[in-house]
Design a protein around this ligand. Structure first.
Ligand SMILES: *Cc1c(COP(=O)(O)O)cnc(C)c1O
Length: 377
């Protein structure tokens, strides 16, 4: 087996000299934050996904929090989400005092199963937060059907899926609001950062309000004078800086190249592993084209822990995404118990994330593949 000299992470940013230059230029400009770059970045993202409005935030978690605020989620409201996600998809409901309801995943896509959502709907259900897990869009037609029937708001957690396609469309207008994250491992980066895109003007207004202390210019403040503003609700300082937005603009010029590269890597892995005993390769739902934020195998008949530890010893940054959210002590204390979502738990025991990011070389990929095959013997 072959060991890498340097640790190869499962995901990482791709930053070129031109990315560095735009950030330096912004540092020399009059605005470090709340300048023109934010609006430009919002416009570029909105145009890219075909949405009317975009509101940028300091990170994706803050963006999800704001979306829950805009959706009017509060104490007593139930919000249905998947247990196979990063904790933030559920935590945002808790920030608003709402109750998280976990619905089990589909065995073949690892995304939330619409049939399981249906079973969890009660008169208190207010919203659904599907995750485009690994970059593969959730079954959004089925989810939106359920939402229309029960008058629910859908906030799509697209942290993994900027640039992914669903039935000929880019992710971003399938739900009422869609969140993208710009953490360094995500499809593009602003270091930290997130955004909500929507076609709903009322959500747009509320998202902006929440991002900046609940302060706005009202008719009353205009009457009072140019200095006057009103704080009409309790908001936060969740703003993105112009430095981040400048980096985001530069990164967006390369998104299609990044996604193309990720799709090539995924195809390479699938080709290498699809007929290997003990390995299940990821499947795509008909009509979707994943952005491949993550590439995940399921291992059968071999200890996942053994493979994980051996690969880590070889400096290969395999990982596991994710521990079912309700297994965490915080959620256990709220009363969630093991066994709640059997498919998710079964899947979690077998799952292994392989490195995937735009700058990986064919040589690196070949070493990863041959090491895994060797370990399975
Ligand atoms: C990364 C991520 C988030 C949160 O985004 P941050 O920008 O890191 O706050 C939310 N949901 C999922 C599924 C994520 O992977």
């Amino acid at each position: 087996m072959k060991k890498f000299n340097q640790f190869l992470s499962y995901g990482r940013q791709s930053i070129d000299e031109d990315d560095i230059q735009v950030v330096i230029e912004t540092l020399r400009s009059p605005f470090l934050t709340q300048g023109p770059k934010i609006k430009q970045f919002e416009q570029v993202i909105a145009d890219y996904v075909g949405a009317q409005y975009a509101v940028a935030f300091c990170n994706g978690t803050a963006a999800l929090h704001a979306a829950c605020y805009a959706a009017g989620i509060g104490v007593g409201d139930e919000v249905i989400t998947s247990p196979i996600t990063f904790a933030a998809s559920a935590n945002c409901v808790r920030y608003m005092g709402g109750t998280v309801v976990f619905a089990d995943i589909d065995e073949s896509t690892y995304n939330i199963n619409p049939e399981e959502i249906r079973k969890k709907i009660t008169p208190n259900t207010k919203a659904i937060i599907p995750i485009d897990f690994t970059g593969q869009p959730a079954d959004m037609d089925a989810i939106m059907d359920i939402a229309h029937k029960h008058n629910l708001v859908v906030i799509e957690d697209g942290a993994h899926s900027l640039g992914a396609n669903y039935k000929g469309k880019k992710v971003g207008t399938l739900a009422h609001m869609t969140m993208f994250s710009f953490h360094p491992v995500k499809p593009i980066t602003t270091a930290e950062g997130g955004i909500i895109v929507t076609n709903n003007e009322e959500y747009y207004r509320k998202l902006q309000l929440f991002r900046s202390h609940g302060i706005e210019q009202t008719d009353f403040s205009v009457m009072q004078g140019g200095w006057y503003y009103e704080m009409t609700d309790l908001g936060y300082n969740y703003r993105m800086t112009d430095l981040q937005a400048a980096l985001g603009l530069s990164q967006m010029a390369k998104i299609d190249t990044f996604i193309k590269k990720r799709r090539e890597i995924a195809a390479f892995y699938t080709e290498a592993f699809q007929n290997i005993e003990g390995i299940i390769v990821p499947q795509q739902l008909e009509g979707t084209n994943s952005g491949w934020h993550l590439y995940m195998l399921q291992l059968e008949g071999i200890s996942r822990k053994f493979v994980f530890e051996q690969m880590r010893y070889l400096n290969i940054g395999v990982h596991v995404h994710y521990i079912p959210v309700y297994w965490h002590p915080y959620y256990r204390k709220l009363g969630y118990e093991r066994g709640l979502c059997p498919n998710a738990e079964k899947w979690y025991e077998k799952a292994l994330t392989l490195p995937i990011h735009p700058n990986m070389t064919v040589e690196e990929l070949s070493i990863i593949v041959s090491n895994i095959k060797e370990l399975l013997k």
